[in-house]
Write a protein that binds this ligand. Structure first.
Ligand code: FPP
Length: 254
């Protein structure tokens, strides 16, 4: 049976969110600078994007740089920025040909003008693509996302456009990043830590959480399959019939 045939039989997530952790430790184990770990991590990222496309997973959200990552040594931050810029520029055409829509979430105003211009160009070039919605969280924080949404609603309230009763979960959700996508069904964190680290806080309220010791540069096809197999097993625990959970995995409350 081919990989594709096996996947068809599995309940696949529609949206996967990933904290790509462990680049630094991967490098340290090899007596390499941390930046070498990030470079190696790009290869895993590239492959994961490809795998999601092959498997028909519609959305992938990657935590590339958190609001807290600015406090890393200047040299590491600037090397990460260069890596984002060079990867974006070198991969854009291929991703576009593969039907990938790229979007960045987070406060991009702190990035260099050059990086901001590349981000905007990549989003514009790929905006009509629909095979895989790739979201890159950069200078993103889940709390920032929620505060932003709260500010938008409070402005509407002050302007008299809405009443207090109209501040609901749905109204707040509509102001968050990724509002047009199903909430993540599966969250993966590599590198052994079992934390959310201010990633998509609101959006992962009902997401299945998968933690693995695998370091991000070593996250390969087999590691992703392990997470997907685990996810498929989790879905069978809801006590509902297969027909009931099919199509909306990961979104049953409780
Ligand atoms: C966490 O590992 C990783 C990061 C902060 C950067 C993630 C970036 C990439 C994988 C580059 C590819 C991404 C794109 C979008 C081009 P860490 O440095 O915290 O590792 P450690 O916990 O072992 O120190």
């Amino acid at each position: 049976m081919t990989t594709e045939q096996k996947d068809i039989q599995k309940i696949l997530p529609q949206h996967v969110a990933v904290v790509m952790d462990g680049n630094g430790r991967w490098a340290k184990k090899r007596f390499l600078p941390r930046t070498a770990g990030h470079k190696a991590g790009v290869k895993s990222t590239r492959r994961l994007v490809e795998l999601c496309s092959i498997k028909g997973i519609g959305a992938l959200t990657l935590f590339a740089f958190s609001s807290e990552n600015w406090s890393r040594p200047d040299q590491e931050v600037s090397s990460l920025m260069s890596l984002f810029l060079s990867t974006l520029n070198s991969e854009l055409n291929k991703l576009h040909e593969q039907g990938v829509r790229i979007r960045f979430i987070g406060d991009r105003t702190r990035f260099s003008e050059k990086l901001q211009a590349s981000i905007t160009a990549a989003e514009k070039k790929t905006e009509a693509n629909s095979k895989l919605k790739l979201n890159i969280a950069a200078n993103y924080g889940g709390r920032w996302d929620i505060v932003n949404a709260a500010r938008i609603l409070s402005r509407k309230l002050v302007n008299g456009d809405i009443t207090e009763n109209q501040i609901t979960e749905q109204a707040l959700t509509r102001q968050l990043c990724l509002v047009d996508l199903p909430e993540p069904d599966l969250f993966i964190r590599t590198g052994g830590e079992q934390r959310i680290s201010n990633f998509l806080l609101w959006q992962i309220a009902y997401t299945e959480l998968f933690f693995t010791d695998t370091l991000w540069p070593e996250f390969n096809d087999a590691a992703f399959d392990e997470a997907l197999d685990w996810y498929a097993t989790r879905q069978r625990r809801f006590g509902k019939t297969g027909d009931q959970v099919k199509g909306t995995p990961g979104r049953q409350t409780g």
